[in-house]
Every structure is written in C-alpha cells, then in structure tokens.
Design a protein around this ligand. Sequence first.
Ligand SMILES: [Fe+2]
Length: 222
Amino acid sequence: MIWNQLLTRQLRVIEGRACREFITGLQAIEHLIQSFPDIENLSEKFEKITNWKLAPVSGLVESEEYFTHLANREFPIANFLRDLDQLDYLAEPDAWHDVFGHLPLLTNPTYSKFVETISQKIILTQGVQRQYLDSLYWYTVEVGVCQENGQRKAYGAALLSSFTEIQDALSEKPKVHPFDWQLVTQSAVKIDEFQNNLFEISSFNFLEELMKQLDRAVLVTC
Ligand SMILES: [Fe+2]
C-alpha cells in the first residue's frame, strides 16, 4: 500500500527529471520492485543482472560498515519502510530510498564501478581525506545532477527517491556548479535539508575521469 503510493507518484515525478541511465536501469528491474520486495529474494535476481548482492540492514549503518559493503559490491538495504505520514521525508534511509533510489543505476557498468571504486577508497582513508571522499560520494551518488542534451537531470539517489527533493533540485533554487573536484570535496554534506549547492557532471563518462582522479587524490591512508 505505502510502497505502491510511493512508486506511483515517483514514477510520475521522475518523468523528464531522471537521467536516461536511471530510466534504462529502472526498466531492467521494474518488474522486481512492483511491491515492497523481499530483500533476499530480490538479491538473488539482482545479482544475476548486476553482479551486486543486497545486504539487509536494520537502520542507519555506521559509515565504515556501509562502505565496506559497497566496496564488496553488496548494497545495504534497510529492512523497514517509512510510515504513511512520512511519504515526503524520512531522516534515515529506508527500503524505498535504498531500492528505488539506488538500485536502478547499479545496472550501469560505469556508475556501478564508480560506486565500488570510491567505496574502496573511502574505507582506506581517514581524517580530512575521509571527509573529502564522503563529500564526493554525497555530491555524486546521493545528490548528483548531470547534463543531458542541454537539460539538467538527476542521477543522485536522494533526489530520485524523493517526490519533493527532485523537484527542488531541478528548480531555480539551488546554485548549480560545474563539477569541480576542489569545491566538491570541500563542501559540507547536508543530509537533512534541501541542497543549496549542487554539482553537475557533463555526462556519465565523467565518472571515469573521477575514478582516475580518485587514484591520484588519495595520498594518506589508514
Ligand atoms: Fe542513499
């Protein structure tokens, strides 16, 4: 019931707002997520498509555990769903955010390699470099926007899974900067409010470039 409401309105709001890679990925897995999925069952099917497993978790996971899962191509999925009065906003990620927001793009090889690579780097870093990479993850995987045929589209999971946030992100309100490594890595992560600043990549090919920069950027490791 709640899942169906979320799905119905989100399919409507992402039209013209989600990037084409997300739409392609969604088409590939849409039949698996028509209702609140059994995660174990979904994991088996999802792995055949993407070579990613799903790891059920019971709430907000510590950063170390979260990125260790991702570094091993296991996507953590919260084992609970928001209530009816939380359709628009929930402070912690639930199954809706994890499944609808994140899974479609993991069918894209470039994107999925990027998530795996940045997570492998994150768990090797500490201190200020860890913060830089947390920001990089946030402003790409969670609230990333990209150019597509002269239009701005969303590819970040926090945007794609939220009815209100995707509209706000693609309105005139936030300041959208061309992607800039320095600026992104030094921007604070804001998880509980609409974004004032977003960073736009020119295309998914740019994620390849970011992976090369990741190799060069990580100097201090644990
Ligand atoms: Fe997320």
